[in-house]
Design a protein around this ligand. Structure first.
Ligand code: WTA
Length: 650
């Protein structure tokens, strides 16, 4: 934790937006009083509340214990038997929704496919049978590294169907990152594609997998979907084409009845150190969190056409592209490619074409749309929209207002949803028919969630005082541990503020109780809504043979929220040139993925450190953002280093 002592909040926003009477009237929760009542009654009996909610899922066997809490380890719905794939598919077929569209998919080149619930069920069953043919068993880990195509969803649900544990790795990550994740999870199988489309070009997914698998001794087979048709190497005996694998397999595959606490997936995310954390989620509780929040926060109705723009490689894709909406039998729009291909109006074209009613995206995208200009959304009829959502980072009021006016036509409530990979589902967000919104505030915790803002001692802070956001009570979709590292789990989340879950976000509540998220208080960056640790980038840089030492900090970026600034000292005799800067940027991008490409590299003679040798990141942040150096420098070991860094800039 770096910013411990200086969480100050400067943002003050006074505009308030009420949902229309019509919206509230039709909503699942239609007034603030009703929200309050729900929240209070849930807090009085957390277990009873969640047990009641859990009845909305289909269980093969009812649980005997709603919550077993041996802090910090939770078991939810112990004794219950359930299957996530069954809840997302079979249940709806039994309810007569066979021919309802489940996925409306559009590829970047413009090809489209629609899968009804029945068709999706069939494909999932076939692929699940194929996995069984490959000898995949309940509990085996499987890496999925694919473009955003229907087969990605099919692969996830097929794993869930047989109790295999998926670890989806975002297609923008490098071979190196895939290998790390394969090895940490000890995956047996990689599911990939020849490539995927991104901004008119193909992404070499299979070539990356080939490199990764060389360093992943636990991988036995690679299943390859033909997507782009680009030339790839197929390794005989190891690599199998998806279409060949499923040809001739049966289309019936009963869903396994799994323990509620059976793992559903591992998803790697950045923490404060260089090594990504395998966030470990289980079945019953996670699915409940996903379905419950999706229904309430997006106020989902049977005729909605719902579009979450996140890639399934991130938690938002897991929970609000796949599990939440499918569990609620929602029609989902899914788009493979970039928002500006072939032109900057692609998203708006898709909304108009399919009549999207609920749209969920990230502030970084909204800021890019603003920059591209109003003429692009104005070209299309967006009147089908009735609700807008935002996720991934604090949304600045200016972007919120633009979203509200230009995309929502002033008529759509905005749900600013705060949550994390670890929380599994949304924790803080307005219920759109009930809670008046303020631009930039995620407003209030959902019923069932007890969130507080506390100081270092764990004491609740007063109105408008900054503090740490914590969650006081266990909730069903919480992470259970970090895969293979329970000690780190305990240390990261449960020791900073004993007795409650530590989110590592700073926040404040205003005089009306609205929560305003102020951003991370650890060394995690939020670049375009994607989490990256400064240490990951530092250790990538340190692997370059010219680099002696590197320190990485975030700096404000108009579009991305945060950019990556690197301070690098070179080994003696190495010249600090612009071409070396370019080489280092490429080097990081290759070793982690394009999302980690540094925005700025500065060479320096030395790094400012405390007497005990800790890099003083606060000073570097000030320098990177062009602020005057603030705060206490009395522990700084070598003042001249700081002076050099500053003069370099002037
Ligand atoms: C940040 C993404 C402000 C926060 C779902 C959190 C947000 C981290 C919001 C988790 C929001 C996410 N307002 N900040 N609405 N949503 N964050 O794990 O810092 O990729 O801790 O999960 O994103 O990022 P993650």
């Amino acid at each position: 934790m770096s910013n411990q002592n200086n969480i100050t909040s400067v943002l003050r926003e006074t505009r308030v937006f009420h949902p229309s009477a019509d919206f509230s009237h039709k909503a699942h929760v239609g007034s603030f009083a009703e929200y309050k009542r729900l929240w209070e009654s849930a807090r009085e009996d957390i277990e009873g509340f969640w047990a009641e909610q859990a009845k909305s899922l289909a269980w093969f066997k009812t649980w005997h214990t709603t919550l077993e809490w041996k802090a910090p380890h939770a078991k939810w719905f112990d004794g219950g038997l359930i299957n996530a794939s069954y809840n997302c598919l079979d249940r709806h077929l039994n309810n007569g929704l066979n021919n309802k569209a489940a996925l409306i998919w559009e590829g970047e080149p413009g090809d489209t496919r629609t899968l009804t619930y029945q068709m999706l069920h069939r494909e999932v069953c076939k692929f699940a049978n194929a996995l069984k043919l490959l000898g995949i068993n309940k509990g085996d880990r499987i890496t999925i590294y694919m473009p955003l195509v229907p087969e990605l969803v099919i692969a996830m649900l097929a794993c869930a169907r047989i109790g295999a544990v998926h670890s989806v790795v975002f297609g923008g990550f490098s071979a190196e990152a895939v290998a790390d994740r394969n090895n940490d999870a000890k995956s047996r199988l990689v599911i990939t594609a020849d490539g995927g489309w991104r901004r008119g070009k193909t992404v070499p997914l299979k070539a990356n997998v080939d490199q990764a698998v060389e360093k992943s001794p636990t991988i036995e087979k690679v299943v390859v979907l033909k997507r782009t048709g680009q030339a790839i190497d197929m390794h005989p005996g190891r690599d199998l084409w998806w279409h060949e694998l499923i040809s001739g397999v049966g289309s019936e595959c009963p869903a396994e009845a799994l323990d509620s606490e059976h793992p559903l997936f591992i998803l790697y995310t950045s923490g404060s150190t260089g090594k990504p954390k395998g966030i470990y989620h289980t079945t019953g509780g996670y699915l409940l969190g996903a379905a419950y929040t999706h229904k309430l926060v997006f106020d989902i109705r049977p005729d909605d056409v719902y579009w979450c723009t996140a890639d399934a490689g991130w938690i938002t894709g897991h929970t609000y592209l796949v599990y939440g909406p499918l569990a609620n039998a929602t029609t989902i729009v899914m788009y493979e490619g970039a928002p500006n291909h072939p032109a900057e109006d692609r998203f708006w074209e898709i909304i108009a074409k399919y009549g999207v009613t609920v749209f969920y995206t990230a502030p970084t995208a909204i800021r890019a749309f603003m920059k591209w200009g109003d003429q692009f959304p104005k070209r299309h009829d967006l009147t089908s929209l009735r609700l807008l959502g935002s996720v991934g980072e604090p949304i600045n009021p200016e972007a919120w207002m633009w979203y509200q006016e230009v995309i929502g036509g002033g008529r759509c409530p905005i749900v600013d949803t705060w949550w994390q990979t670890e929380t599994g589902s949304i924790m803080i967000a307005p219920l759109p028919g009930a809670v008046p919104t303020k631009p930039g505030s995620a407003t209030f915790p959902l019923p069932g969630i007890v969130a507080e803002i506390v100081d270092k001692e764990g004491k609740e802070v007063g109105a408008n005082e900054g503090g740490f956001l914590v969650i006081k009570k266990p909730w069903p979709s919480m992470l259970r541990t970090l895969y293979g590292d329970d000690e780190r789990y305990q240390k990261t989340y449960w020791e900073n503020t004993p007795g409650s879950y530590f989110t590592a976000d700073g926040a404040r509540r205003d005089e009306e109780g609205y929560i305003w998220i102020m951003g991370r208080v650890d060394d995690v960056l939020n670049v375009s809504g994607h989490r990256l640790s400064t240490m990951e980038v530092e250790s990538a840089l340190a692997q370059h043979h010219y680099v002696a030492e590197a320190a990485v900090v975030g700096k404000p970026d108009e579009i991305k929220g945060e950019g990556i600034a690197c301070f690098v000292t070179l080994k003696s005799g190495i010249a600090a040139t612009d071409s070396l800067k370019a080489e280092l940027r490429d080097f990081v991008s290759k070793s982690i993925g394009a999302l980690a490409r540094p925005d700025e590299i500065r060479f320096t003679e030395g790094l400012p450190k405390t007497r005990s040798g800790k890099i003083m990141r606060r000073l570097l942040r000030d320098i990177a953002s062009g602020r005057q150096t603030s705060g206490d420098t009395t522990t700084l070991e070598d003042y001249s280093v700081l002076a050099n860094l500053r003069s370099d800039e002037e």
